[in-house]
Design a protein around this ligand. Structure first.
Ligand SMILES: [Fe+2]
Ligand SMILES: [Fe+2]
Length: 276
């Protein structure tokens, strides 16, 4: 039976835990965003001390049966935590794909480690970045698929993953990944929130309050309104129940619509923000 695990009572428990957590650095366990029989979409936990090593990042695992997909597994310093948490769900040799939104160090910095521990994983990355990946000191020949600008579809167990073109948001070769079965949309850096050191929560509760943590990033990093409008017309074709970004907090239900409407409302971004 299909179930999105966001019942109100469970959210309330989560929020009250987060209020306690916000005053101290905490290690957060993985959280299953979606579960339907053998198919799961999982947030892979967080160690708040990672804040000292750079902006906090989210990693996600999609499982179907005993196979898995890693989404933006992250930088070098988060590898140990992500590896341990993946192991709660599947064996690393059963990671079938590692999907990258773009080429930033907080996205691909741990790739050389993953190539060792996940010997059966195939990597997907924009065709713009495929030739830069070997500079991490990793041999990827025969294990990398470069995604064309128009995107691609990846069959995975009982589902399909759509690589949605999100170019210039912020990287020139940039993809988001939509899991057709769970209706969870991994939005890479889009939706990123940067919190002050004593603040963090997993699920957005009050969207209006949340905007102040997102605004600076979206104004400065996204290239321009044309790129954003192009993406918005793409995602209108999808039925999205959850938006899961690589930084900050996750949007569920009504907040998915509020987030999309907020993106529509952004007037000056990127080049127009920097040089009005
Ligand atoms: Fe980035
Ligand atoms: Fe990022």
């Amino acid at each position: 039976m299909t179930k999105i695990i966001f019942f109100t009572h469970r959210l309330n428990i989560l929020y009250s835990n987060m209020i306690l957590m916000s005053t101290r650095l905490k290690v957060h366990k993985p959280y299953t965003l979606y579960e339907d029989g053998d198919h799961k979409f999982i947030w892979l936990g967080l160690d708040e001390s990672e804040y000292e090593k750079g902006v906090l990042t989210n990693q996600y695992l999609i499982t179907d049966g005993n196979e898995g997909i890693l989404l933006d597994p992250g930088g070098y310093f988060v590898f140990e935590r992500v590896f341990q948490n993946v192991g709660e769900f599947i064996k690393p040799e059963n990671i079938k794909y590692i999907l990258f939104s773009h080429q930033d160090p907080d996205v691909i910095g741990s790739l050389n480690l993953w190539m060792d521990v996940a010997p059966n994983a195939t990597i997907y990355v924009s065709t713009l970045w495929e030739r830069f990946v070997p500079h991490l000191g990793v041999e990827v020949r025969g294990r990398i698929v470069d995604i064309p600008d128009e995107g691609t579809r990846i069959k995975f167990g009982s589902s399909e993953i759509i690589a949605v073109p999100a170019h210039f948001l912020h990287s020139p070769g940039n993809f988001h990944y939509y899991d057709v079965k769970s209706k969870v949309y991994f939005s890479g850096d889009l939706g990123a929130a940067v919190f002050p050191e004593d603040k963090w929560y997993l699920i957005v509760d009050n969207f209006e309050e949340h905007i102040k943590y997102m605004e600076a990033f979206h104004r400065r990093y996204l290239a321009n309104k044309k790129a954003l409008s192009r993406l918005l017309s793409e995602i209108e074709k999808l039925s999205i129940e959850v938006i899961a970004p690589q930084h900050g907090s996750i949007f569920v239900g009504e907040n998915v619509k509020k987030f999309i409407n907020w993106l529509k409302s952004l007037d000056r971004i990127g080049v127009d923000y920097l040089w009005p």
